[in-house]
Design a protein around this ligand. Structure first.
Ligand code: PGA
Length: 248
């Protein structure tokens, strides 16, 4: 009953012209199916990408946003600014933002609440570092992130959030979590959501796995009970690779 959801995360790659080139190529080979699809691109590409994907059903996502509507926050982009250009989703709390840009569960939570209030669907990232995993504390750590990041989110709104479980040690390293490891953590995340919102709501929330997802490993990961899709970094940059994952 949960529709698979595959989102590409381009990170800081491509110019607007290159984004449109990707979109034109992708549209030629893409066939709409039951799978929800979106591309998360840098801010400068969102407008052009939204236009290029018009009528395809392919969503467009920002990779970050601020929690205030406006103000003296040099270099930041607000939810109403994204809303104006029709952005569908926003990635919030990616581990790279937490690691390099000082994002905390507190700021992540503010952003989640703001995105929901503005009608932009959050893709909320969580995941443990290698050190946390080696200490056997991954559940405690990720459970803590989920509880803090969902603080104040109503049950009705919780259904609109996609959780992306991305173990940091698997991002961009070529070291994918095994399907069993990924399933175990996604099931655990769902159990925390069940504690917070009950069984019915937790069963509706989409949980993606992210971290070195490639055409070769996508279908095995996606066949796990609690994995409803993927957040794909490197392998989303080429239309043919991303398509193979979308058509897992
Ligand atoms: P990767 O990135 O697929 O390149 O490992 C995933 C992500 O950071 O979202």
């Amino acid at each position: 009953m949960r529709k698979p959801f595959i989102a590409g995360n381009w990170k800081m790659y491509k110019t607007a012209a290159q984004a449109v080139e990707f979109a034109e190529e992708f549209k030629k080979i893409y066939k709409a199916s039951d799978v929800r699809v979106a591309i998360a691109a840098p801010f400068t590409q969102l407008w052009a990408l939204k236009k290029a994907f018009e009528g395809t059903g392919i969503g467009v996502a920002a990779q970050n946003m601020h929690w205030e509507d406006q103000g003296a926050f040099t270099g930041e982009i607000s939810a109403p600014m994204l809303k104006e250009i029709g952005v569908d989703y926003v990635i919030i709390g990616h581990s790279e933002r937490r690691e390099y840009f000082g994002e905390t569960d507190e700021t992540v939570n503010k952003k989640v609440l703001k995105a929901l209030a503005e009608g932009i669907l959050p893709i909320l990232c969580c995941g443990e570092s290698l050190a946390v995993r080696e200490a056997g504390k991954e559940k405690e750590f990720v459970g803590g992130q989920i509880r803090a990041d969902f603080a104040g989110v109503s049950a009705e709104d919780a259904k609109k959030v996609t959780v992306a479980y991305e173990p940091i040690w698997a991002i961009g390293t070529g070291k994918t979590a095994t399907p069993d490891q990924a399933q175990e953590m996604c099931a655990y995340i769902r159990s925390v959501l069940e504690e917070l919102y009950g069984d019915d709501i937790s069963e509706e929330i989409a949980i993606q796995y992210g971290g070195s997802v490639k055409p070769a490993n996508a279908s095995e990961l996606m066949s796990q009970d609690d994995i409803d899709g993927a957040l794909v970094g490197g392998a989303s940059l080429k239309p043919a690779d991303f398509l193979e994952i979308v058509h897992f």
